[in-house]
Ligand binder design. Sequence first.
Ligand code: FES
Ligand code: MG
Length: 566
Amino acid sequence: MGKGLRKGLTSYGDAGFSLFLRKAFIKAAGYSDDALDRPIVGITNTASDYNPCHGNAAQLIEAAKRGVMLAGAMPMVFPTISIHESFAHPTSMYLRNLMAMDTEEMIRAQPMDAVIVIGGCDKTLPAQVMAAASVDLPTVVIPVGPMVVGHHRGEVLGACTDCRRLWGAHRAGEIDEQEIETVNGRLAPSVGTCMVMGTASTMACMIEAMGLALPMAGTIPAPHAERIRLAEASGACAAAMAKTGGPRPSEILTPASIRNAQVVMQAIGGSTNGVIHLTAMANRAGIDLDLASLDEIGREVPVLVDLKPSGDHYMEHFHHAGGVPKLLRELGDLIDLDAPTVTGATLRDVVAGAEDVPGQTVIRTPASPIKPVGAMAVLTGNLAPRGALIKHSAATPRLLQHEGRAVVFESIPDMAARIDDPDLDVTANDVLVLRNAGPKGAPGMPEAGYLPIPKKLARAGVKDMVRISDARMSGTAFGTIVLHVTPESAVGGPLALVRTGDRIRLDVEGRRIDLLVDEAELAARAAALTLPERPAWAARGYARLFHDTVTQADQGCDFDFMRREG
Ligand code: FES
Ligand code: MG
């Protein structure tokens, strides 16, 4: 049995009185002694008018509570921070660690024997798992689920790969003002998370594959009845965990499950953001995720799931094709099937329950993959000594080996001011470079890595160029884009030394990104570089904590004091 309301009582010498007081207050809400004398399952509420992705949170909470109660435990819902991609200034990434701290401390502070975290919009699930790993209380994750698809003129649409594509067409003058307004109302046709293989879907699938959620939790569409039933079943699962005290996140987040998550991330054509979040989650469990092994896994694991932006379909199609359990079965020996899950079953049991859907083409076999190798590659070179990422599955093949002249933008405002200037000296063969867009530099490493094609080139029909930055990119974006250049320019990384006119060579095959400037010249430029003092935006409060302690992309952009050792 769990400790229920007694958990964490501060007795100050009279434990009986503390419990008496606690019960007196909670009875103000109308609870009976029978209700209160049970194991407690906390449930996070991340509903917010600013977070349409979590628009079904209330329904999921209701169902989870039902599941908890039917299984004989007591549900207690509590609010935490909610973060939506489009409504979080300066960037949702800046707030992820705050949400992780909030969630961790509220789980610690309030009496509960197990916890259900309900999230989904990009940064929320990683923040919640980071918190859960740190508290190490039995935890079940319920993703809010993906949106259903939209339709426009006979075409299937999805947020937000098609947001970008169609906006690009509008910029190029192919779609007029009136039509783009119509499209605007059709890209996100329901509550739930972006239904392409963006960050939200990537995180939900990885979390399911790590055993932190029930089978199919990653893919059931947000508005479906099946998701509500999943929430009820998750409630029952959490109640069982509250009674037995396990399994804890530390028993589930193991080197094997973290490796499984990397395999799945490659096989689904996952978001590059997934690498940063997985690193942060693993570190909270005391596990390292090194980029070299990620690249190795990428060379072994084929892309099997045919979803945008790497392929053609959307999350609901992945779901109806069998979802993550079916994918795990196809991945065979690449997955460690002994890895445990929250239900007490192993992934072997999950795979045994996978559905075979005749004629489906969304989940391929290793014999007929979407791509023979994984979605992303890790690059190093004199421009990125601690690594950079490219999602080559969403890139233009002919640009994967490319040498060109750098056109440098000093910052995001500099890029915004000049990129569409008709006098900008730029050609389609040039390499666009953006700096001061990393974890400390921007701050929060915004998704600015998807530099727009300069308007005059876009109008001339140029769809893709090599683009390099210390920023991130939305998992829904498409292009030959080198991201997460580490160390970032704001801490003196070599990206700070590039000048317009320098030559840059991208060699994805050889896993290199190099600035073709000789060492003596680079040393002279480095010597002349002055790094800024703490900038004005970081003078106080959370901004100061963030600036002073955020780690680089290769360490997950967590705060440097949050890692659990060993
Ligand atoms: Fe919430 Fe895409 S905006 S998942
Ligand atoms: Mg996103």
